[in-house]
Ligand binder design. Structure first.
Ligand SMILES: [Zn+2]
Length: 187
Protein backbone atom coordinates (compact mmCIF):
# COMPACT_ATOMS: atom_id res chain seq x y z
CA UNK A 1 0.00 0.00 0.00
CA UNK A 2 1.35 3.43 -0.89
CA UNK A 3 1.72 6.16 1.70
CA UNK A 4 -1.33 8.22 0.77
CA UNK A 5 -3.56 5.14 0.80
CA UNK A 6 -2.20 4.17 4.21
CA UNK A 7 -2.99 7.65 5.50
CA UNK A 8 -6.51 7.59 4.14
CA UNK A 9 -7.19 4.13 5.50
CA UNK A 10 -5.93 5.08 8.94
CA UNK A 11 -7.98 8.26 8.82
CA UNK A 12 -11.17 6.37 8.12
CA UNK A 13 -10.69 4.29 11.28
CA UNK A 14 -9.61 7.32 13.27
CA UNK A 15 -12.84 9.13 12.51
CA UNK A 16 -15.06 6.05 12.80
CA UNK A 17 -13.67 5.25 16.23
CA UNK A 18 -14.11 8.87 17.30
CA UNK A 19 -10.43 9.02 18.28
CA UNK A 20 -10.64 12.76 17.70
CA UNK A 21 -12.69 13.33 20.84
CA UNK A 22 -9.69 13.53 23.15
CA UNK A 23 -8.30 16.41 21.03
CA UNK A 24 -11.41 18.55 21.13
CA UNK A 25 -10.56 22.23 21.62
CA UNK A 26 -11.04 25.55 19.79
CA UNK A 27 -8.87 27.74 17.58
CA UNK A 28 -7.75 30.09 20.36
CA UNK A 29 -4.50 29.18 22.14
CA UNK A 30 -5.16 28.66 25.88
CA UNK A 31 -1.63 29.80 26.73
CA UNK A 32 -2.00 32.92 24.53
CA UNK A 33 1.21 32.01 22.76
CA UNK A 34 2.40 31.61 19.19
CA UNK A 35 5.58 29.64 18.50
CA UNK A 36 7.79 29.80 15.43
CA UNK A 37 9.96 26.73 15.18
CA UNK A 38 11.64 24.38 12.72
CA UNK A 39 9.97 21.62 10.73
CA UNK A 40 12.56 19.12 12.02
CA UNK A 41 11.07 15.65 12.53
CA UNK A 42 12.68 15.24 15.95
CA UNK A 43 10.69 18.18 17.30
CA UNK A 44 7.28 16.89 16.27
CA UNK A 45 6.43 15.43 19.67
CA UNK A 46 9.55 16.29 21.67
CA UNK A 47 9.10 20.07 21.53
CA UNK A 48 5.52 20.19 22.86
CA UNK A 49 6.40 17.73 25.63
CA UNK A 50 9.59 19.61 26.53
CA UNK A 51 7.70 22.88 27.00
CA UNK A 52 4.49 21.35 28.38
CA UNK A 53 2.02 22.31 25.69
CA UNK A 54 -0.73 20.17 24.22
CA UNK A 55 -3.54 20.45 21.73
CA UNK A 56 -5.31 23.79 22.10
CA UNK A 57 -2.50 25.46 24.07
CA UNK A 58 -0.50 27.29 21.40
CA UNK A 59 -0.30 28.25 17.75
CA UNK A 60 2.73 26.71 16.03
CA UNK A 61 4.20 28.09 12.81
CA UNK A 62 6.91 25.96 11.26
CA UNK A 63 9.39 26.26 8.45
CA UNK A 64 12.92 25.13 7.65
CA UNK A 65 15.12 26.68 10.32
CA UNK A 66 12.51 28.77 12.20
CA UNK A 67 13.55 31.63 9.95
CA UNK A 68 11.83 34.90 9.24
CA UNK A 69 13.36 35.57 5.83
CA UNK A 70 11.10 38.38 4.77
CA UNK A 71 9.21 40.97 6.85
CA UNK A 72 6.20 40.63 4.58
CA UNK A 73 6.33 36.90 3.89
CA UNK A 74 3.89 34.28 5.08
CA UNK A 75 5.69 33.54 8.38
CA UNK A 76 5.38 37.12 9.58
CA UNK A 77 1.80 37.23 8.37
CA UNK A 78 0.99 34.08 10.36
CA UNK A 79 2.50 35.58 13.52
CA UNK A 80 0.53 38.80 13.06
CA UNK A 81 -2.71 36.90 12.45
CA UNK A 82 -2.05 34.89 15.63
CA UNK A 83 -1.61 38.13 17.59
CA UNK A 84 -4.47 40.14 16.11
CA UNK A 85 -7.05 37.47 15.34
CA UNK A 86 -6.27 34.53 17.57
CA UNK A 87 -5.48 36.09 20.93
CA UNK A 88 -1.76 35.27 21.07
CA UNK A 89 -0.09 37.70 23.47
CA UNK A 90 3.49 36.44 23.31
CA UNK A 91 5.77 35.09 20.59
CA UNK A 92 8.39 32.38 21.03
CA UNK A 93 11.04 31.60 18.42
CA UNK A 94 12.64 28.17 18.95
CA UNK A 95 15.58 27.12 16.83
CA UNK A 96 17.47 23.90 17.45
CA UNK A 97 20.95 22.44 17.39
CA UNK A 98 21.90 20.24 14.41
CA UNK A 99 19.40 22.02 12.15
CA UNK A 100 19.29 21.19 8.45
CA UNK A 101 19.45 24.91 7.70
CA UNK A 102 22.64 25.29 9.72
CA UNK A 103 25.52 25.60 7.31
CA UNK A 104 23.24 24.88 4.38
CA UNK A 105 25.11 25.54 1.15
CA UNK A 106 22.94 26.73 -1.68
CA UNK A 107 25.34 25.09 -4.17
CA UNK A 108 24.58 21.63 -2.80
CA UNK A 109 20.83 22.20 -3.21
CA UNK A 110 21.31 23.61 -6.71
CA UNK A 111 23.36 20.55 -7.71
CA UNK A 112 20.55 18.27 -6.53
CA UNK A 113 17.99 20.34 -8.40
CA UNK A 114 20.04 19.90 -11.57
CA UNK A 115 20.29 16.15 -10.97
CA UNK A 116 16.50 16.07 -10.66
CA UNK A 117 16.02 17.71 -14.02
CA UNK A 118 15.92 21.46 -13.37
CA UNK A 119 17.69 22.96 -16.37
CA UNK A 120 20.30 25.70 -16.68
CA UNK A 121 17.76 27.63 -18.75
CA UNK A 122 15.43 27.69 -15.74
CA UNK A 123 18.18 29.07 -13.49
CA UNK A 124 19.06 31.66 -16.14
CA UNK A 125 15.42 32.64 -16.46
CA UNK A 126 15.19 33.15 -12.68
CA UNK A 127 18.38 35.18 -12.73
CA UNK A 128 17.03 37.40 -15.50
CA UNK A 129 13.87 37.83 -13.43
CA UNK A 130 15.96 39.22 -10.60
CA UNK A 131 15.66 36.18 -8.34
CA UNK A 132 18.84 35.35 -6.45
CA UNK A 133 18.29 31.64 -5.81
CA UNK A 134 21.58 31.32 -3.91
CA UNK A 135 20.56 34.00 -1.44
CA UNK A 136 17.05 32.62 -1.18
CA UNK A 137 18.30 29.13 -0.24
CA UNK A 138 20.99 30.29 2.14
CA UNK A 139 20.96 28.80 5.65
CA UNK A 140 22.65 30.16 8.76
CA UNK A 141 25.96 29.62 10.53
CA UNK A 142 25.00 29.75 14.21
CA UNK A 143 21.57 28.82 15.48
CA UNK A 144 21.59 31.24 18.41
CA UNK A 145 22.51 34.12 16.07
CA UNK A 146 19.79 33.02 13.69
CA UNK A 147 17.20 32.92 16.49
CA UNK A 148 18.33 36.35 17.70
CA UNK A 149 17.95 37.64 14.15
CA UNK A 150 14.45 36.20 13.79
CA UNK A 151 13.46 37.69 17.15
CA UNK A 152 14.75 41.08 16.02
CA UNK A 153 12.90 40.88 12.70
CA UNK A 154 9.65 40.15 14.53
CA UNK A 155 10.16 42.62 17.39
CA UNK A 156 11.01 45.47 15.00
CA UNK A 157 8.17 44.74 12.62
CA UNK A 158 6.17 47.92 12.05
CA UNK A 159 2.86 46.07 12.35
CA UNK A 160 3.60 44.27 15.63
CA UNK A 161 2.15 45.91 18.77
CA UNK A 162 4.97 47.15 21.01
CA UNK A 163 3.68 45.31 24.09
CA UNK A 164 4.11 41.79 22.62
CA UNK A 165 7.11 40.02 24.20
CA UNK A 166 9.20 38.12 21.64
CA UNK A 167 11.40 35.41 23.17
CA UNK A 168 14.18 33.37 21.57
CA UNK A 169 15.26 29.86 22.55
CA UNK A 170 17.37 27.02 21.19
CA UNK A 171 16.31 23.45 21.85
CA UNK A 172 18.43 20.32 21.93
CA UNK A 173 16.66 17.93 19.50
CA UNK A 174 17.74 14.91 21.54
CA UNK A 175 17.14 15.94 25.15
CA UNK A 176 14.66 18.77 24.72
CA UNK A 177 16.85 21.04 26.86
CA UNK A 178 16.33 24.74 26.17
CA UNK A 179 18.90 27.53 26.05
CA UNK A 180 17.62 31.06 26.42
CA UNK A 181 18.74 33.41 23.66
CA UNK A 182 16.37 36.35 24.15
CA UNK A 183 14.11 37.09 27.09
CA UNK A 184 11.26 39.09 25.61
CA UNK A 185 10.25 40.57 28.96
CA UNK A 186 13.55 42.39 29.19
CA UNK A 187 13.44 44.38 25.97
ZN1 LIG B 1 15.83 22.63 11.82
Amino acid sequence: MRLLDEILQHNKHFVEEKSYEQYSTDKYPDKKLVILTCMDTRLLELLPKAINVGNGDVKIVKNAGALVSHPFGSIMRSLLVAVYQLQAEEILVIGHHDCGMSGLKADSVLDKMKERGITDETFQMLEYSGIDVNEWLKGFNHVSESVAHSVKMIKKHPLLPKDVPVHGLVINPKTGALDLVENGYEN
